[in-house]
Design a protein around this ligand. Structure first.
Ligand code: NAP
Length: 201
């Protein structure tokens, strides 16, 4: 399969891309500054350009962009909206635009996160983004044309981020990288659609 991995140069991507290649897939890595193709999830024009350059692909995996931590007492609607732009609207745009460019039967695999289901201090934006991605996935799964599929992987803190993130999220148990990568491989190579895969360790 020809697969675009948006954010393939990141922490999850650096594990996922070699695994996809070892399964014989032709992987194109896309990132803001890294990768074979450049794309900014904040820009619809950039997403269109990425698809035009890549040609018809069989699978799009997004492991890109983060929600920012916030301070509820100081949070404003504008700041919340701004926080959702890359990770929610950018990933939604990958699907909304991609449905017109990708091959018949193509799959989309997005990434959300545990805060959709578990409240955590300073993660209102992260929760809103991930909850919205789950709802978007359910709707898209019944509307996508030409046999296309969509799933979303919702990780807790991932194994390779433990050192960086555990001071911010004390007590959170990480999901092992191998287990996480297997979820993405299943989404790409399987037949499921509309699934929210809760990789909560
Ligand atoms: N790491 C965790 O513990 C964890 C837990 C739960 C959920 N997640 C989610 O999993 C996803 C990947 O996480 P990660 O830790 O692998 O991220 P990461 O190491 O920070 O890497 C992020 C990747 O996304 C790309 N990117 C960032 N902003 C972008 C934008 N506006 N447009 C296009 N590409 C952009 C970066 O490309 P450049 O370097 O070229 O800018 C980079 O390749 C994120 O959505 C994150 O919230 C991660």
């Amino acid at each position: 399969m020809k697969i675009i991995v948006v954010g393939g140069g990141g922490t999850i991507g650096q594990r996922l891309v070699p695994a996809l290649r070892s399964h014989g897939h032709d992987v194109v890595v896309a990132g803001r500054t890294s990768g074979d193709l450049h794309v900014d999830l904040l820009s619809h024009t950039s997403i269109e350009a990425m698809y035009r350059e890549a040609g018809a692909v069989d699978s799009v995996v997004s492991v890109a962009a983060h929600g920012l931590l916030d301070e509820f007492a100081a949070l404003t609607a504008d700041a919340l909206h701004e926080n959702t732009r890359a990770k929610f609207f950018g990933q939604a745009d990958l699907v909304l635009t991609g449905q017109h460019h990708c091959a018949d039967g193509a799959s989309f695999t997005l990434t959300s996160g545990i805060f959709a289901d578990q409240a955590w201090p300073h993660a209102t934006g992260g929760g809103v983004i991930s909850g919205a991605l789950h709802s978007f996935t359910l709707s898209a799964a019944i509307e996508l044309p030409r046999g296309m599929r969509i799933n979303v992987v919702s990780p807790t803190m991932v194994g390779d981020s433990t050192e960086a993130f555990s001071p911010r999220f004390p007590g959170m148990r990480p999901v092992p990288m191998d287990e996480l990568v297997t979820h993405y491989l299943d989404c790409v190579e399987g037949t499921d659609t509309g699934r929210i895969i809760r990789a909560y360790g």
